[in-house]
Write a protein that binds this ligand. Structure first.
Ligand SMILES: [Zn+2]
Length: 218
């Protein structure tokens, strides 16, 4: 009653394994040798990861995120943002977590629109004004990674990627301050905090990028 027939693929793999085992001629004198499929006797998570995911091509945006000259916390935040893993209100709503007396709308613009990752960082009227201060105008269509890729390729500033990620991070902090500290959404306040974050990040950047970045301050 608990017998489950093997799938066609599993049966094929089972037959191959049987053939391989039958072709072995173990002798008592020989010692067993253990090795991993990637050819080494030592296990490393990196080898396992490279072997398992070698056939998967990730969007180049992930390389750009890890390669950019920002603090790790900003890179990690960006990874969460692009993968839609931030605790935006739409996700909390989906998980049935009551939020802010059931108010799942974007606090930045106050236009009564459900807060999700695309609205918060791209489509929100407040965020658009913030991006405009950075000379960034988002493309209208596409997923978040497609839009970031388009922004990056159309922006000839060498620090475009850093700017996008720092901009998003500063909006996220501004949003959190509005929700958890009851601050009022304000372009001036956001701008001041954006410049402060930018200044800290420029200490990590190469000299030419640093100068260009600080020019936003003027
Ligand atoms: Zn909004």
């Amino acid at each position: 009653m608990f017998f489950l027939p093997l799938s066609e693929q599993a049966q094929e793999e089972f037959d191959q394994l049987k053939e391989k085992i039958q072709s072995l001629n173990p002798t008592e004198q020989e010692q067993d040798n253990w090795s991993y499929i990637w050819g080494l006797s030592k296990y490393t998570p990196k080898k396992y990861y490279n072997y398992t995911y070698s056939s998967i091509e990730a969007h180049p945006i992930f390389k750009w995120i890890w390669a950019c000259q920002c603090e790790k916390k900003i890179k990690l935040f960006s990874w969460f943002m692009v993968n839609d893993r931030l605790h935006t209100k739409d996700i909390l709503c989906r998980k049935n977590l009551l939020y802010d007396n059931g108010d799942y709308n974007c606090i930045l613009c106050g236009h009564g629109i459900l807060e999700n990752v695309l609205h918060l960082f791209v489509d929100c009227q407040f965020s658009k004004r913030c991006w405009a201060r950075m000379d960034i105008v988002w493309p209208i269509n596409g997923s978040l990674e497609e839009r970031i890729a388009a922004l990056k390729s159309n922006d000839d500033r060498s620090f475009a990627m850093e700017l996008i990620l720092i901009g998003a991070w500063s909006l996220w902090l501004h949003r959190n301050n509005c929700i958890f500290r009851q601050n009022i959404s304000s372009l001036q306040q956001w701008w001041a905090s954006f410049l402060a974050i930018l200044k800290i990040q420029t200490y990590r950047q190469k000299e030419d990028t640093k100068e260009k970045n600080l020019s936003l301050d003027s």
